[in-house]
Ligand binder design. Structure first.
Ligand SMILES: [Zn+2]
Ligand SMILES: [Zn+2]
Length: 148
């Protein structure tokens, strides 16, 4: 019988796990839930990979706070429904955020996740789709999974 103990490493920010410490450290540095992350996708797009805590906080501040809208849940279909108001505020904020990050899908995803906004809620943003067009425009085939 052979027994082997393996170490697993978990990201401090999301629940991703891996067997290799160095690759998890690399993931953590760019994890979209890391408030001081750097951005590999910005690097791919020809910009600076450096984001950091200060800039990340600025991006998060551009989005409406879901807690403010959803503090008093009301699921009626009334026009003044808080969820609808949140969606409207989001769609208003998205173009400014896009401009600020030069349309980098990973930075948009990071800002939404760090603001605790459920990403599928945002109709005008599809991470997979937008990452695919980044890769298409770079004419490269890459594994999307590494960019979550
Ligand atoms: Zn992570
Ligand atoms: Zn980016």
């Amino acid at each position: 019988m052979k027994t082997k103990l393996v170490k697993r490493h978990w990201c401090d920010f999301c629940n991703k796990a891996g067997l290799q410490a160095h690759s998890m450290a690399k993931h953590e540095k760019h994890c979209t839930l890391n408030p001081a992350r750097d951005c590999r996708v910005c690097g791919l797009l020809g910009g600076s990979m450096h984001v950091g805590a200060e800039r990340m906080a600025e991006l998060v501040a551009m989005l409406p706070d879901p807690a403010e809208y959803l503090a008093t849940p009301c699921w009626s279909d009334h026009e003044d429904n808080p969820q609808r108001r949140l969606l409207a505020a989001l769609e208003l904020a998205m173009p400014k955020l896009r401009e600020e990050v030069s349309n980098c899908p990973a930075c948009i995803l990071a800002a939404l996740r760090q603001k605790k906004i459920p990403v599928p809620m945002v109709d005008s943003f599809d991470y997979k789709d937008e990452m695919q067009s980044v890769f298409n425009s770079l004419n490269e085939q890459r594994n999307l999974d590494g960019y979550y």
